[in-house]
Design a protein around this ligand. Structure first.
Ligand SMILES: Cc1cc2nc3c(=O)[nH]c(=O)nc-3n(C[C@H](O)[C@H](O)[C@H](O)COP(=O)(O)O)c2cc1C
Length: 584
């Protein structure tokens, strides 16, 4: 297997679209509903074999965005770099409730951000260096910014405050000091030691390279980051739940992105999500923030955002349109019934409590493969276990699926190439067992829907069609060999139109988040299995649908992923993430 490209941080091989093939904005002069704007955006940002979604068509290096946002004029509180070598076994991340909960302190907050959003390495080739993080990102462009609203913590601050996480420094920038009484009242229902964590996206960072399709990638990245946050919380014995009822404008007011004066001409951030972190086993935490309004938290703000690019080579108005159409205006939190889901035993057999890998090695050592070796096979036990990790269990409590309240809307269409004892071919994993009938209905009539005798009873995995699908998998993934040279790859098929109808246009984002979470679990599971994986945002949407026989717009492919034996790129030098790692 030959390496054909350097994994430079703009390495995703998304071919350029034809410059100038942009159509006009979606809703100008029309009165489309938010759902119609979403559908129009999704359709026009599909990649087709002979026409990619609109982008600049070349890399404009002069306007390359800074991957690090900073707020000048804020106090920067360095987080003590946690001692490496924490012994927590990887499997224990999933054994909820078994672990004592770490008290909230500067050290535990530091570990939380270290595992969720920190730099994990610098890479160098010749004169070029770039950093990598615990959370992956399409093109390594990192549109996702992290925030936390923390109570008074010794050596961090003696009042509740809003912080921005600065990954390059592994530090928190204090953006606002909150009125302790007002904040206490807003959070009165949350358990002691709780805090909030939020994410926003800088669309420009992805749009710089990917043009109109960038909104999708920002959402994928937010989903990956939601999973890294959940997993980091699990490593500390904390739970994390998405506050899904809160509006985007409330998130923007709380975390700062709505503050026009603090941005000036700097690139704006789109508020994405807010989550509640609580100590201990997931409780029946209230998922609403009491009486949170723009003025209610009594915040004193400081800080001016840095400009990420001196100029912007192209503007993509459809991204603003779809962002507007998918803003949540505040709603009752989603509550769904998970009683029909399999138990841990039905999914895994005996509980998985072995493996030498530590959680830290999996989390900080996670890497995307830039090429797969075309030969490594995995055992069927490893394959089934990876897929079982993607399933919520009875009661909806398995990690990280306990962070989101909706039943799975993302199902898998798998291309299995090299799994011992599992025939090559196309497979389906119905992540919500109740959707099996609907999937059968929408996919090819001739598919077999056959269970494998060795498959755990609770895993809704079905053989659709036997055969060598290596070339097919690569073709649908924009011709990327990594999709055919691994052990298996997949298209993540979303229950799309029904989701929009049921939950509204804002849920378009949630579909990508869920897909990103699926990807993040697979990233870590690949580390556990001693192999690697890679997210694939570049795929030919309708060609994927054709493979599975999907002719209706109701179901759409939302993300691709590949898992297999990697080829290491020996041209790269790896440097520590932080200088102070060397100094220790
Ligand atoms: C949403 C998403 C889409 C991606 N798409 C591709 C892709 O199409 N092809 C590819 O080779 N890598 C892809 N990647 C992998 C990124 O290039 C990789 O995450 C990034 O370079 C950072 O490297 P790391 O994952 O090792 O930290 C994607 C990653 C994400 C999160």
């Amino acid at each position: 297997m030959e390496l054909t490209r350097l994994p430079l941080y703009v390495g995703t091989p998304e071919p350029a679209s034809i410059p100038g093939d942009r159509s006009p904005a979606i809703s100008v002069g029309s009165d489309l509903s938010a759902e119609e704007v979403v559908v129009a955006y999704h359709d026009r940002t599909k990649h087709h074999r002979h026409r990619y979604a609109a982008s600049l068509g070349y890399m404009d290096w002069a306007t390359q965005p800074d991957p690090f946002r900073r707020y000048s004029g804020t106090d920067l509180v360095r987080l003590p770099l946690p001692e490496p070598g924490r012994l927590l076994p990887y499997w224990q991340l999933y054994a909820l409730g078994d672990m004592p909960s770490e008290p909230l302190s500067l050290e535990s907050i530091s570990l939380f951000f270290r595992y969720a959003l920190s730099l994990t390495a610098w890479k160098r080739v010749d004169e070029t260096t770039w950093s990598l993080r615990a959370n992956p990102s399409s093109g390594n462009l990192h549109p996702t910014e992290g925030y936390a609203v923390l109570p008074a913590i010794k050596r961090l601050g003696d009042a509740p405050a809003v912080y921005h996480y600065a990954p390059k420094e592994h530090a928190l920038e204090r953006r606002a000091i909150l009125d302790a009484k007002a904040w206490g009242e807003a959070c009165a229902l949350f358990p002691e030691g709780s805090f909030l964590v939020g994410l926003s996206s800088v669309h420009w960072r992805e749009a710089w390279k990917y043009g109109e399709r960038a909104f999708r990638y920002c959402q994928h990245d937010a989903g990956h980051a939601l999973a890294t946050l959940r997993i980091a919380a699990a490593a500390l014995g904390w739970s994390l739940v998405l506050l899904d009822g809160i509006s985007n404008s409330a998130i923007a007011a709380l975390l700062g992105p709505s503050r026009d004066d603090d941005y000036g001409t700097a690139e704006r951030e789109e508020p994405e999500l807010l989550a509640l972190v609580t100590p201990g086993f997931p409780s029946t935490s209230p998922r609403l923030l009491n009486g949170l309004t723009t003025g209610s938290i009594g915040a004193q703000w400081c800080g001016k955002a840095n400009t990420l690019s001196h100029e912007h080579s192209a503007l993509w108005p459809v991204i603003d349109e779809v962002a507007r159409a998918t803003r949540r205006s505040g709603s009752a939190p989603i509550t769904e019934d998970f009683s029909a889901f399999p138990s841990q035993e039905e999914l895994f057999g005996i509980p998985v409590r072995d493996g030498l890998l530590t959680a830290e090695k999996a989390i900080l050592g996670r890497r995307s493969a830039v090429a797969m070796d075309g030969s490594t096979a995995i055992s069927q036990e490893a394959f089934f276990r990876m897929l079982a990790r993607l399933m919520p269990t009875q009661g909806g409590r398995s990690m990280p699926w306990d962070a989101i309240p909706w039943r799975p809307r993302i199902h898998l269409g798998l291309f299995v190439h090299r799994v011992e004892g599992v025939p090559r071919g196309l497979y389906a994993l119905a992540r919500d067992p109740d959707k099996l009938g609907a999937l059968k209905e929408v996919m090819r009539r001739e598919f077999r829907w056959q269970r494998l005798p060795s498959c755990p009873p609770g895993l809704p995995l079905y053989l659709l069609q036997e055969g060598d699908c290596r070339a097919l998998a690569a073709t649908v993934s924009c011709g990327q060999d990594i999709a055919g040279d691994g052990a298996f790859s997949m298209g993540m098929i979303a229950d799309y139109m029904d989701s929009l109808t049921t939950y509204g246009a804002a849920f378009y984002r949630n579909l990508f988040w869920e897909a990103g979470m699926v990807g993040q679990v697979l990233y870590l599971e690949a580390e556990e299995a001693g192999i690697r994986s890679t997210g694939i945002g570049c795929y030919f949407d309708d060609l994927v649908h054709e493979v599975f026989g999907i002719t209706s717009r109701e179901w759409q492919s939302f993300y691709h992923f590949t898992v297999g034996g990697p080829v290491d790129d020996t041209r790269l030098t790896t440097l520590p993430a932080y200088n102070f790692e060397e100094e220790r």
